[in-house]
Design a protein around this ligand. Structure first.
Ligand SMILES: Nc1ncnc2c1ncn2[C@@H]1O[C@H](COP(=O)(O)OP(=O)(O)O)[C@@H](O)[C@H]1O
Ligand SMILES: [Mg+2]
Length: 292
């Protein structure tokens, strides 16, 4: 499907949020669109997907922020070759503002790193999360697109994000364990947010037949038990270029743009719902409400 796209089409283009005017006539930027990236099982490739999508969308002309919310076990900074001074833990503690914790990434994208081994982030209280979301609200005015990379599973903070977002990319691989855990996450997400738009990516698939079979299995189970199904965004082949890019700390869309995985991810970056990933009120305000 999308994997057969001509990716040379990925030329820069600015998708401006057509500058609306506020009542006084000054141009008011619409708040950032927000896309969450999650999975049931760990290691399915969320962070690889999130870092590559962030770069692909930056290349398309957007101001992109990647928030690494794999609280306590962050690694997006490693995939991007960055060494942040500050992370979400510092923001949560009120030591720096979210803006001051941003790190410059490749092509001009920004990263807000998660913390590594920080207790406060692994088990935040409701109050701490509320304070963090409140600080992050300002980021919606600075960016066109915020991509949030979650840890695996259905932790409290992930569920609050899922309740607040309009758009989720669910990353699985073709194995039955990942599909089953992915289905559990999908079910939970639809329970907390009935209007959520969910796209499924089958990552690290040995071939197209197995990727399609995995999608069919997921689709059939979702329809049977929930009467709903996500959209199939596409699949990404298991590709040694990804492992090399992780070693080199430069995501594959930059370091190996002609690789099969990079082309597939560039296709996924064109998923139309990413252009419309907005809710009626600010995302982080909705996330704060979801905590109550
Ligand atoms: N399409 C792929 N082909 C080959 N290896 C992959 C692919 N996607 C991910 N990987 C490998 O899987 C590892 C785990 O990916 P990661 O994105 O960190 O998973 P998660 O964030 O879901 O825990 C990466 O270090 C990478 O080497
Ligand atoms: Mg990860």
């Amino acid at each position: 499907m999308l994997n057969r796209f001509q990716f040379s089409r990925l030329r820069p283009r600015r998708r401006s949020n057509a500058p609306a005017k506020d009542p006084k006539g000054a141009p008011a930027k619409a708040p950032a669109r927000v896309v969450c990236i999650a999975s049931g099982k760990g290691g399915t490739g969320k962070s690889v997907m999130a870092s590559n999508l962030a770069l692909a969308r930056t290349r398309m002309g957007e101001r992109v922020l990647l928030v690494d919310f794999d609280a306590g076990l962050a690694n997006a900074h490693l995939l991007l070759g960055l060494a942040p001074d500050f992370d979400l833990g510092h923001v949560m503690e009120g030591r720096v503002s979210a803006h001051d914790a941003l790190v410059d990434g490749p092509l001009g994208m920004k990263l807000l790193s998660g913390g590594v081994g920080r207790d406060a982030l692994i088990n935040p209280t409701r109050r701490e999360l509320d304070r963090l979301f409140k600080s992050l609200r300002a980021m919606e005015d600075e960016f066109d697109l915020i991509i949030i990379d979650h840890g695996a599973g259905m932790g409290y903070s992930t569920v609050a994000h899922l309740a607040a977002t309009s758009t989720l990319i669910l990353v699985t691989n073709h194995e039955v364990t990942a599909l089953s855990d992915g289905y559990a996450l999908y079910k939970r997400a639809m329970m907390v947010n009935k209007s959520l738009r969910v796209g499924l990516v089958v990552n690290r698939a040995p071939d197209e037949r197995l990727a399609q079979a995995a999608w069919e299995r997921f689709r059939a189970a979702s329809q049977r038990f929930l009467g709903l199904q996500p959209e199939f965004i596409g699949w990404v082949p298991a590709d040694p270029a990804v492992g090399h890019s992780v070693q080199a700390r430069i995501p594959a869309v930059m370091s190996a743009p002609e690789s099969a995985a990079a082309k597939a991810i560039s296709g996924i970056a064109q998923w139309t719902p990413i252009d419309h990933a907005r809710t009626t009120s600010a995302f982080y305000e909705r996330a704060r409400k979801a905590l109550r």
